[in-house]
Design a protein around this ligand. Structure first.
Ligand SMILES: NC(=O)c1ccc[n+]([C@@H]2O[C@H](COP(=O)([O-])OP(=O)(O)OC[C@H]3O[C@@H](n4cnc5c(N)ncnc54)[C@H](OP(=O)(O)O)[C@@H]3O)[C@@H](O)[C@H]2O)c1
Length: 194
């Protein structure tokens, strides 16, 4: 069984972006030390165009071979003219409005999102599935999430886009590791308690 991992950047108070979802205020915390961590531990979570610009395009995937995004998150790349933002992964985009995929590497999931994710999780393989977000699909897939990797930046938003766009319900996770960085960023890994 492959794991579905929600790997997400958030504020101290648990928001993944401002009320519109914009997370650019977090970007400045990707300094030399934190970038070295991402490169070493989660190279496949860096988008292809960023990897190219930084000269790290050839880094092999470490944990994931598949990514799932909601259409609004994918739109951020599309608006820049990038149709395959994670070309080094199998890309799935959940959408009921994108009738045709803009790129051969991107498969659209229009129906039965949970069923498709269960199918992907049931595949053989050592690599997991990177749930990129945003809030809406993370909320819909909450019950399927096996692992959380939460990059917490030392910012309080007060309001914003929540980690999960779902109704109140309690799920329990066990803390597996905590890593702290000199710039006060924290990365916590949790596994689901089933
Ligand atoms: N902080 C971070 O690390 C991080 C990471 C990722 C994203 N984000 C932020 O999150 C924001 C977007 O989040 P969001 O919650 O607005 O949207 P989202 O979850 O990215 O995408 C929502 C869209 O996904 C599609 N969708 C949702 N459920 C579906 C289902 N069951 N079947 C088929 N399609 C489905 C729909 O697309 P259609 O309307 O096309 O049907 C829906 O409008 C962005 O602004 C981004 O910056 C932050």
């Amino acid at each position: 069984m492959r794991k579905l991992t929600y790997f997400i950047a958030c504020s101290i108070d648990g928001f993944i972006g401002d009320p519109g979802g914009d997370a650019t205020s977090m970007v400045r915390f990707v300094d030399e030390e934190f970038f070295a961590f991402l490169k070493a531990e989660y190279p496949e979570t860096l988008p292809t165009h960023g990897r190219r610009a930084l000269g790290v395009d050839d880094l092999p995937n470490k944990r994931f071979d598949t990514i799932i995004q909601g259409r609004s998150s994918y739109d951020l790349a599309l608006k820049e003219g990038i149709t395959s933002p994670y070309a080094h992964l199998r890309e799935y985009v959940a959408s009921r409005t994108l009738n045709e995929s803009p790129d051969p590497n991107v498969e659209i999931i229009a129906d039965d999102l949970v069923g498709k994710v269960r199918e992907l999780k049931a595949e053989d393989g050592d690599f997991g599935i990177y749930l990129c977000g945003g809030a809406q699909i993370a909320g819909e897939l909450l019950d399927e999430i096996d692992e959380l990797v939460i990059k917490t930046y030392p910012l309080v938003y007060g309001a914003g886009m929540p980690m999960f766009g779902s109704a109140f319900a309690i799920s329990e996770f066990a803390l597996e590791s905590v890593r702290t960085f000199g710039n006060h960023v924290l990365v916590r890994t949790y596994s689901r308690k089933r």
